[in-house]
Design a protein around this ligand. Sequence first.
Ligand code: NAI
Ligand code: MG
Length: 348
Amino acid sequence: MDSRNIRLAVIPGDGIGTEVVTEGLKVLEAVGTKVETTTYDLGAKRYHETGETLPDSVLDELRGYDAILLGAVGDPSVPPGVLERDLLLKLRFQLDHYVNLRPVKLFPGVETPLGKARPEDIDMIVVREGTEGLYAGTGGVMRRGTPHEIATQESLNTAHGVERVVRYAFEKAIGRPRKKLTLVHKTNVLTYAGDLWARIFDRVGLEYPDVETDYCHVDAASMFFVSQPERFDVIVTDNLFGDILTDIGAAIAGGIGLAASGNVNPDRTAPSMFEPVHGSAPDIAGKGKADPTATILSVAMLLEHLGLAQEAARVEQAVADDLVERLTGWAGRTTHEIGDDITARVAG
Ligand code: NAI
Ligand code: MG
């Protein structure tokens, strides 16, 4: 095992972000790896106090860590989009998190709205492009507020950007038992971007003869997520499609309280950032009602990314065991209690 210190930057953020991160750190400590954490107070409070979202000095400091653990940011008191764009998206873009990794996995004992689906039917991983597409921020507005307003929002796709995420997805697929990779796009309508994605997907695929490839339009994929989730193993897709599909993924795999994610810089030119898919949940913040499991699974992804595969597997197994117990013992456990129970399993 790697015995070096992990230098971890922690951004608890707002609302339940702080609550779930506390539990994630507890589990991380129980793993027994040496971790040195530094907490950053980014989020709504700092924005109100200083007007700052992500100062450049903080961004520079963050570059020096091995990884970042984020809770969630966002608060009803902050205008929508401010923290999302100036903090979250800025981190993803500046740290070149070109892979947004979102496992969609149904653990035994977890209820899914797809009544008959079994854990072996829902076990996929979505590789969402993280730095381009419709989220790149290109476009503009003219004559705002008039009946003649024009708003454009462009999808930016570069050959370099598409190829690197497609390559990552093929590598992911070849490391899994099924070795299947599905490209999800809308090539029949988004002909320029879709053509670029499809050509690169096909060309890179020639280098991976052992990976079975498939293509699915995003609307059909949305349907298959619900009707035939067993079709999918690894999926590669653009930023917007991936965002939407993975919310369906979270829903079919037991809900937002379990959905983990990683904003990954595979080239390791900057730290990767791991976070639950959910937001700051102001409706339940401060009540001890938040499920910390998504954050704990994000910690497992973080360990895996840092080359600590055994430790990651221990955390995931502890979560799996806890989830089975929930069939009988879930009712009424607080955020802390769930965190304590999973921590005890990891430690024991
Ligand atoms: P949300 O994910 O915060 O909450 C949606 C619903 O799921 C709420 O009913 C909430 O109580 C429930 N929920 C979420 N996480 C849960 C957990 N761990 N355990 C139990 N229940 C949970 O999404 P919403 O309400 O749309 O957004 C709230 C704020 O969070 C907004 O400011 C939004 O911009 C921000 N947000 C931030 C994200 C991030 O930091 N990456 C991601 C999504 C939203
Ligand atoms: Mg989303």
